[in-house]
Design a protein around this ligand. Structure first.
Ligand code: IVH
Length: 687
């Protein structure tokens, strides 16, 4: 490869790795498997090493993936959070050991082997033993303050044990300490949430890590509290007094990584389920393999082993590169794969008409379960991988809980096997499918397609919608098939006489169903809004919209600026809402529902309660608030019945001031107008 060619490839790889970093760390929606990502990054690192002239300070190989997001306050770590070098190869693990052998002049180095938890890195700060802050890794130098969200984690102690009585069991509690670990979600909780989403016709999360990452970055802590997160701790950041000082003072637990585990436990923190100590590389390698066997029984997804020098003194001596310590390495387990025959490809039609191809497989054992179906994602993906019916395919379940087809074994392809032709017509209603510009999804454009009607009605009636008991999958299927239900509004046109023809002794269930339908007319507004299935609008946004607009009619007429003034609503969602209600059919549905007697309720929410207090009050905003943007603060004031003005006068009720407040603050003081900060503001709102 010439230098020019290398430059070109390097630029390409940097762009790719940068994009996947963003998808993984910021959006929690990775598009490729960890293994493929690691391979891209490795290729980039190798090329950069070969062509040092190409090196840039800002290459993705020299920084840790950045998870910082708009809407969070950033916080500077007192000691940077590093990443780990990783490898999939035993030889490289042995090479890591040999470098340390050379440095220390001995073979029998003591290591600790721990599970590598597939979660989201977090740094917890305890001051005088009290929990004060949780921060994500961010850029490694500074991360997002997620304290409010972390406080929803049940197992996270507010106070370290031993903090109140200094002598407690001789466990020293440092004056100030950053404790590092991972936030994760158990498989059970992940499955519970996905089941709910499936019922609601929402897109499923691929694995617990993505779901946990998406949850911890929710701006609304109440939303976070509904999903159970957990935490496990394994490391120290900044520590005052330093571990060396403490070790000198006789606290020998602070001299080694294995001791640290004991100490974390003694402080009452959740620690790794198991760790091993081993001497020399042969024993270490054996232990890594033992961990590989055991990891499936752990509460968290474990995608590798972390091997660390046990002695803190040796760790200090080995030191670090800019990004990662030289005293530790992650050995990653390759995802489990199985090969099996692809019997058929079926195509499902979703609520919005998206056609999703599903692989029907010869059942095969994989990571402890029998797999007979796997996702094929979309049409392009099948083409890219040239997956054909009859092929032997590899199925993988990495961190992915939903198995996916990752490749084809071409050596076993039979000669008569033909390329798969994606249907050009909807498999349910026969309408020609379409693919919109910039979308990967192939859709059935017929809104009357029975498959779509079924899914839409199910979504409307689901637990996250108006919650009609008795309108489950089977019943909705029947109603659509009979032609009694052609859309959501028809739920309210069901006739008792028709339903009674469905079987012999269906009187009771029919009456129950009709009673549930009747009751749903008074469902909370957000449920109706969510039930409409507006693209990009989930339950959380539906709640915001319901609180802000108070009625379906007002929402359907909402100007874009009003939508955008709501905290959780950005351009994409605002556009989707407007497009939805611009569609005559959707407007018509709203009037039909209202004519049929649907009268959603709007219970008093905290904001509405506060309205009494804020009604008629005028606010002036100045400076930067710690966590609220100007737009969010404005929206909160307006929702609560207040008004925002640009200049301070005697009529101003409050000046809401943040950092770097200027002349408005002075004017308020001179006029004697009350000045409040964000905390006092939130108190006014009753938050
Ligand atoms: S030690 C300076 N130990 O994996 C050493 N990290 O790919 C820093 N991780 O950034 C990390 N389990 O977020 C360590 N037992 C473990 C871990 C672990 C998971 C994460 C951590 C790190 C990432 C590197």
């Amino acid at each position: 490869m010439t230098s020019a060619e290398a430059q070109q490839r390097i630029a390409q790889l940097r762009a790719q790795v940068g994009r996947h970093d963003d998808l993984y760390y910021r959006q929690a929606k990775p598009e490729i498997a960890d293994f493929d990502y690691d391979r891209l990054k490795r290729e980039l690192a190798d090329l950069e090493a070969q062509f040092p002239e190409s090196m840039e300070a800002d290459s993705p190989t020299t920084r840790v993936g950045d998870d910082r997001l708009e809407g969070f306050v950033t916080f500077r770590h007192r000691q940077p959070m590093q990443s780990l070098d990783n490898t999939y190869s035993e030889a490289e693990l042995r090479a890591f050991h040999q470098r340390l052998v050379k440095l220390f002049g001995r073979e029998d180095l003591a290591y600790v082997v721990e599970p590598k938890i597939d979660g989201i890195a977090v740094s917890l700060t305890y001051e005088k033993g009290r929990f004060v802050r949780a921060v994500t890794r961010g850029s490694g130098i500074e991360g997002d303050d997620i304290t409010a969200n972390a406080q929803t984690i049940y197992a996270l102690p507010r106070e370290l044990k031993g903090a109140s009585s200094r002598a407690a069991k001789g466990v020293p509690v440092p004056g100030s300490v950053e404790i590092r670990g991972e936030i994760f979600m158990t498989l059970a909780e992940f499955e519970r949430i996905n089941r709910e989403r499936e019922e609601a016709g929402e897109v499923l999360f691929a694995n617990p890590r993505n779901l946990a990452a998406g949850t911890i970055k929710q701006l609304d802590a109440r939303e976070v509290a509904r999903r159970k997160l957990e935490v496990v701790l394994y490391g120290l950041g900044f520590c005052e007094p330093t571990p060396e000082q403490s070790a000198r003072d006789g606290a020998d637990l602070l001299g080694t990584q294995s001791g640290l585990h004991g100490l974390l436990k003694a402080w009452g923190l959740p620690t790794v389920e198991r760790f091993w100590t081993a001497r020399g590389i042969d024993e270490t390698w054996r232990v890594v393999q033992e961990l590989d066997q055991l990891r499936h029984s752990f509460a968290y997804a474990t995608d590798g082993a972390v091997i660390k020098l046990d002695s803190f003194a040796q760790q200090r001596e080995a030191g670090s590169t800019a990004k990662a310590p030289r005293w530790a390495i992650a050995y990653k387990f390759t995802a489990e794969r199985a090969e099996t025959r692809l019997k058929a490809i079926t195509v499902q039609v979703g609520r919005t008409g998206v056609l999703t191809p599903v692989a029907e497989l010869e059942p095969v054992q994989l990571a402890g379960t029998t797999v007979s179906r796997a996702t094929l994602h979309n049409r392009d993906e099948i083409g890219r991988k040239d997956i054909r019916v009859g092929d032997f395919v590899q199925v993988e379940k990495a961190g992915e809980v939903i198995p996916a087809v990752v490749g084809v074994n071409l050596a076993r392809r039979l000669p008569d096997c033909v390329a798969y032709v994606f249907p050009s017509q909807c498999p349910v209603c026969g309408t020609r499918v379409v693919q919109y510009d910039g979308e990967v999804a192939v859709r059935c454009p017929n809104v009357g397609c029975p498959a779509q009607v079924r899914r839409r009605v199910l979504h409307f009636a689901s637990k996250a919608g108006v919650d009609i008991e008795g309108l489950g999958e089977a019943m909705v299927g029947t109603l659509v098939e009979k032609g009694w239900v052609k859309g959501i509004a028809d739920i309210y046109r069901l006739r008792r006489d028709d339903l009674l023809t469905l079987g012999k002794s269906v009187e009771k269930s029919t009456d129950n169903l009709l009673a549930a339908v009747e009751a749903s007319k008074r469902a909370e507004l957000w449920r109706v809004v969510n039930g409409l299935g507006i693209t990009h609008v989930g339950a959380a946004a539906a709640k915001e919209l319901a609180a802000r607009f108070g009625s379906l009619e007002a929402l359907a007429e909402a100007p874009r600026d009003d939508l955008l003034s709501i905290g959780g609503i950005g351009d994409t969602m605002a556009d989707a809402i407007i497009a939805h209600f611009n569609e005559p059919r959707n407007r018509d549905l709203v009037s039909q529902l209202l004519n049929l007697g649907v009268a959603p309720t709007t219970p008093m929410r905290p904001a509405a309660v506060a309205a009494a207090a804020l009604a008629g009050k005028t606010f002036v905003l100045t400076g930067t608030l710690p966590s609220l943007s100007r737009e969010t603060a404005t929206a909160k004031i307006e929702v609560a019945g207040g008004r925002v003005s640009g200049s301070v006068s005697r009529k101003t009720s409050y000046v809401l001031a943040g950092e770097d407040a200027g002349s408005k603050l002075e004017k308020a003081r001179s006029l004697g107008v009350p000045v409040i900060d964000e905390t006092e503001f939130r108190q006014l709102l009753g938050e």
